[in-house]
Design a protein around this ligand. Structure first.
Ligand code: DGL
Length: 265
């Protein structure tokens, strides 16, 4: 039976999932959020499926032991493995790709670019889930081996970030020059959304965070598990440097964390 008590768990390989936590905080201000970012092992996107599964199970076990009623996998890379991961836990685990694919299909966009980690691109998960809803959408994806790791350092002035954005988006546009919309298919990327916009002012970038936050709200509503009172605590746990998380949360306009914990799994 599903456990429906506790916080909303949000997890990522690092700081990227804060972009999802921000939307959850905005939509569900009374909920407690328990965030885990595994910066000590970031980036996940260049690892094998087995390594990602093991690291993700460790995070899920940790969140489960702390008491969560649902976990949002605020990481596209880990979300490609959501079915396998869900088998071992007695709380609901919601990935980010399905709500994002549903958004693309609903929006009527027929040609879409996708920038994500190499792992996410190789799984073909976005294509599969979009095509299940609208087989006519043409998805042009390109993996970035570097961008998540560069962003996770927390230094957003790096010229390397813009160089990597240009390298990968230029490739997408070379393959399909008619593309006007590009999915930011890694939760680290919306943190530097302004860099994307500055490099490509004529493109529109899709940030899947809001769709996933809506999916979390829908799940809690359907199960009568929404918190209606409470201050909305926000605990950040990380295997990396908690101070980077505080700064990024501020940069993206989130409420300050109520607790910070450095954890090794
Ligand atoms: N935020 C993760 C994602 O959405 C980053 C992946 C990584 O650690 O490489 O895919």
């Amino acid at each position: 039976m599903l456990s429906l008590k506790g916080s909303i768990g949000v997890m990522d390989s690092g700081i990227g999932g804060l972009t999802v936590a921000k939307e959850i905080q905005r939509l569900l201000p009374h909920e407690d959020i328990l965030y885990f970012g595994d910066s000590a092992n970031c980036p996940y996107g260049n690892k094998t499926a087995q390594e990602i599964t093991e690291l993700s199970r460790n995070m899920l076990r940790y969140l489960g032991n702390r008491g969560v009623k649902v976990v949002a996998i605020a990481c596209n890379t880990i979300s490609t493995l959501v079915d396998v991961l869900s088998e071992d836990f007695d709380f609901e685990i919601l990935g980010i790709i399905a709500p994002s694919a549903a958004y693309v299909a609903r929006s009527g966009i027929k040609r879409v670019g996708l920038i994500a980690t190499e792992f996410t691109i190789q799984t073909g998960n976005y294509d599969k889930l979009i095509h299940a809803l609208d087989p006519q959408v043409q998805v042009t994806g390109k993996g970035s081996p570097l961008l998540a790791g560069l962003v996770d350092r927390g230094d957003f002035s790096q010229q390397d970030i813009n160089t990597e954005i240009r390298t990968q988006i230029d490739t997408i546009l070379d393959r399909d020059p008619q593309i006007k919309h590009v999915i930011l298919g890694c939760t680290h990327y919306p943190i530097v959304e302004q860099n994307f916009k500055n490099c490509y002012p004529d493109l529109s970038f899709i940030n899947p965070a809001l769709e996933q936050a809506n999916a979390v709200r829908g799940f809690l509503q359907e199960n009568g598990a929404l918190a209606e009172h409470g201050q909305g605590g926000f605990t950040i746990c990380t295997s990396g440097d908690p101070q980077v998380y505080v700064e990024v949360a501020k940069r993206i306009g989130m409420k300050d964390p109520t607790a910070l914990e450095q954890v090794s799994l």
